[in-house]
Design a binder for this molecule. Structure first.
Ligand code: IPE
Length: 246
C-alpha cells in the first residue's frame, strides 16, 4: 500500500518568522512517518521558507517571474527546508531522498501540472521515501510560478497507484459553518456553503478548491491536523475524509 502525505508548511515551520523550522513538530512528524505501515511519499509545503521567498519577489501560483535569480532564490529557500525535513526523517530512521519539482515538473497554459513520477515509483520500490516540496515550476506563457505541495500530491495520486492521500495542516479537518469538523464529504454540495465563502488564503489557494480537487481523485483523501498524523499513518481516519469515488 502506498500513501501520499502532505505536511503543511505551517505544521513544520514557524510561519511568521522567516526560515524557521519548528524542530519539535518536525521531529514528531518524522517519527510518525517512521512508524507508518505503508510506503509513504512525503510532500511538504513552504511555510516560512517558500512563502516569504515567493511573496518578497511577487511570485505566486498565478503571478510568474522570468528571473532565474528569483526562481533560484525561491528554490533555494525550499531546498533549505527540504534539507531540514530530510535530516529529521534520517534521524528517525527513514531512508528519505529529495525529489525537487523545479527540475522535472511543468505547468501548461491552463496551469495544469505535469510531474513525471518514474523516479518516485522506483525509489519506493527500492525502499526509499521520496520527499517532494512546493516549488517554483516552469509555466507555459507565465515564466515560473509556484506549485503548491497540494498540487504535487494530486499529481502523484494521479500518476502512481496510490491507496490513500493525507493532507496534514494546522486545521483539524474541513470545517462547517459552525467551525466543527465535517466527518465525510462525498460531493461538493455537502460543504459548498461552508467552504465556498471567501477565507484567508495564501499564495496557492484555499479550502474550496482543495476539496473539489480531492473529490476527483481515485483514492480517499484525509484532511487533518498535526494531532491526527500518527493515527492517519497507522491506518485511521482522523479529521475529514474526502471521497468522491462512486
Ligand atoms: C508553497 O507550497 C511553496 C512555495 C511557496 C515555494 P504550499 O502552498 O504547499 O505550502 P504551505 O503548506 O501552504 O506552507
Amino acid at each position: 500500500m502506498t500513501t501520499v502525505l502532505k505536511l503543511g508548511g505551517s505544521v513544520v515551520t514557524e510561519k511568521d518568522t522567516p526560515e524557521t523550522v519548528d524542530d519539535d513538530a518536525l521531529a514528531r512528524a518524522a517519527a510518525a512517518v517512521a512508524d507508518a505501515e505503508d510506503d509513504v511519499v512525503v510532500v511538504h509545503g513552504g511555510g516560512s521558507f517558500g512563502h516569504h521567498a515567493a511573496a518578497e519577489r511577487g511570485v505566486s501560483s498565478t503571478e510568474g517571474t522570468r528571473s532565474a535569480a528569483d526562481t533560484v532564490a525561491i528554490h533555494g529557500a525550499m531546498g533549505r527546508l527540504n534539507r531540514a525535513v530530510l535530516d529529521a526523517l534520517h534521524e528517525a530512521g527513514v531512508e528519505a531522498l529529495p525529489v525537487r519539482p523545479l527540475s522535472v515538473a511543468s505547468r501548461d497554459t491552463e496551469g495544469e501540472l505535469s510531474l513525471p513520477t518514474g523516479s518516485v515509483a522506483t525509489m519506493l520500490e527500492e525502499g526509499f521515501t521520496p520527499v517532494l516540496h512546493g516549488d517554483g515550476v516552469a509555466h507555459a506563457g507565465a515564466g515560473v510560478t509556484i506549485t503548491s505541495g497540494d498540487d504535487l500530491v494530486v499529481a502523484i495520486a494521479r500518476g502512481l497507484s496510490v491507496d490513500r492521500v493525507g493532507l496534514c495542516s494546522t486545521v483539524p479537518g474541513v470545517l462547517d459553518g459552525e467551525g466543527d469538523v465535517v466527518e465525510r464529504i462525498e460531493r461538493f454540495s455537502d460543504v459548498a456553503d461552508a467552504v465556498g465563502a471567501s477565507e484567508a488564503t495564501d499564495v496557492t489557494g484555499g479550502m474550496a478548491a482543495k476539496v473539489e480537487t480531492l473529490l476527483g481523485l481515485s483514492a480517499p483523501a484525509h484532511v487533518f491536523g498535526p494531532d491526527g498524523l500518527a493515527a492517519f499513518l497507522a491506518g485511521g481516519s482522523p479529521g475529514t475524509v474526502v471521497d468522491g469515488r462512486d
